[in-house]
Design a binder for this molecule. Structure first.
Ligand code: FUL
Length: 497
């Protein structure tokens, strides 16, 4: 049977003409104004801080002469001859970090004893005078190249305290320190983080003086001018120290950020030693200065055979992840190459099992396919619809009208689901807006909401371990200093460890 598509009378083109005309008129009209995004609240991250925060977890690598003397803090009088790894393998170290899900490596280019892992032209106290590769070796080069090969970021630790230098405490040492910083920041490709530690025990070799030297921490290093070298040579690098300027110490080395852990702090009235303040930050602080949690996979930062049985277990590492990355901080997890110059087998095994547990946790987000209703959607605009908090896209977010500083989401999971971990993230470019979130599960037997968790700071990410909770519907009630901007909500089940 033949179908007649051309009807008698007007041609198809003639029929469509009025429609084209209408479309043409409409396109000439001004577009409806797009709903403005909420104004940022308080201090907000810089572009370099935002990029850094997305890394979430990376490795520290402590490796130097201490590895061969079984010390944590070398005195500064150690002979470079002692540095002699028998089977150094940068790829093994970087691969181990990568397979653990760590996204970069910060290497101790120089620790407090002053020995340099690269052939610095400003000192004899370096790898150039060690037996390693006949004095032609450069561990900074090998690790940074391996990082690039494996797609990891690379950063450096250059200890300001130098127990080897005769002029430590004099202005000339600051020039020396800055020269070394310039070497590291110009010869080894992009640097994502520069780690300025604050330790100083006073005594040391100091070119043979063997004495105690006290410096004025507030003036001696003239940090402003050292920081400007980093900005000049590596504008994307984040600088870490006790109090910034880009990332702050979390105040302890146990792997635990405070609860709350605000990314903001008032740097102007902060002084080193305020551990609790570093752990918590300051709500409404004037500076965006997020916390970095530094912790070692072993009791010490350097390798000691006596600690082989004390490597943190996968369960301990998992718990650290929850109390660091899960509180909006970044995690820098220290790995310690042994005297061969590789990460020991036991540490590798622990890291592997840890990674498997994290992968198993986040493999299935139970909100996938859920329907979600918000108490308010900003200007009723789909750009800010509650579904944006479930779309797995960190660049989109649910938001409400400016007046709605308290607002809620109700998720319907379609059927009863069991979870014991909640994940929340705020859209960071708009600052830390949430002061408190209350989570409730629908109890079908009583026909009422039952509170099962609460939290204060959310920020880059909040992971809330909860008791196993079975429900079809979850309500999240947010209260903040400004309308919410929630980019992700997730419900997960933790594996048994
Ligand atoms: C501290 C140092 O004293 C430790 O040896 C270690 O390097 C740690 C990460 O920072 O300031």
């Amino acid at each position: 049977m033949t179908r007649h598509i051309l009807l008698p009378g007007r041609t198809l083109r003639q029929k469509l003409q009025p429609l084209w005309f209408v479309l043409l008129c409409l396109s000439a009209l001004p577009l409806p104004a797009a709903t403005p995004a909420p104004a940022p609240f308080g201090a907000v991250p810089s572009a370099r801080q935002l990029a850094w925060q997305q890394l979430q977890a990376y490795a520290f690598v402590h490796f130097t002469i201490n590895t061969f003397t079984d010390k944590e803090w070398g005195y500064g009088d150690e002979s470079p001859e002692l540095f002699n790894p028998s089977a150094f393998d940068a790829d093994q170290i970087v691969r181990t970090a990568k397979e653990a899900g760590l996204r970069g490596i910060v290497l101790t280019a120089k620790h407090h004893d002053g020995f340099c892992l690269w052939p610095s032209k400003y000192t004899e106290h370096s790898i150039a005078h060690s037996p390693y590769k006949g004095g032609k070796g450069d561990i900074v080069r090998e690790i940074s190249d391996a990082c690039r090969r494996h797609g990891l970021k690379f950063g450096v630790y250059l200890s300001p305290w130098d127990r080897n230098r005769a002029d430590y405490g004099q202005p000339s040492y600051i020039a020396y320190y800055r020269n070394q910083l310039r070497e590291l920041l110009t010869n080894y490709g992009p640097i994502f983080e520069v780690w300025f530690d604050g330790a100083n025990g006073g005594d040391g070799y100091y070119g043979g003086a063997r004495e105690k030297r006290t410096i004025d921490k507030t003036t001696y290093y003239d940090w402003q001018n050292t920081w400007s070298i980093v900005r000049e040579l590596q504008p994307q690098a984040v600088m870490f120290s006790d109090a910034g300027p880009d990332a702050r110490w979390v105040g302890n080395e146990n792997g635990v950020a405070g609860d709350p852990c605000w990314a903001t702090i008032n740097a102007s009235d902060f002084f080193p030693g305020q551990a609790e303040r570093l752990e918590n930050g300051d709500r409404f602080g004037a500076q965006w200065l997020p916390a970095e949690v530094d912790v070692s996979i072993r009791p010490g930062w350097f390798y000691h055979a006596s600690e082989d049985a004390k490597v943190k277990t996968p369960a301990e590492l998992y718990s650290i992840y929850l109390t660091s990355v899960g509180r909006g901080a970044n995690l820098i997890l220290n790995l310690a190459p042994d005297r061969r110059g590789i990460i020991p087998e036991g540490d590798v095994a622990s890291l592997r099992a840890w990674r498997q547990a994290l992968d198993a946790t986040f493999r299935e987000n139970l909100v996938t396919g859920a329907t979600v209703v918000a108490s308010n959607t900003r200007h009723r605009d789909a750009t800010f619809a509650p579904e944006r908090a479930l779309d797995g896209d960190s660049q989109t977010y649910w938001s409400a009208d400016d007046s709605e500083k308290t607002a809620e989401l109700v998720l319907d999971l379609g059927r009863d689901r069991t979870f014991d971990l909640v994940r929340l993230t705020e859209f960071l470019p708009l600052g830390q807006r949430i002061d408190r979130v209350t989570l409730e599960a629908w109890d079908a037997s009583t026909g009422a909401w039952r509170e099962f968790a609460t939290a204060t700071s959310v920020g880059a990410q909040r992971l809330l371990p909860t008791a196993p909770t079975t429900t079809r519907k979850v309500r999240l009630r947010f209260a903040g200093a400004a309308c919410p901007a929630i980019s992700e909500v997730g419900l997960y089940q933790r594996p048994r460890l």
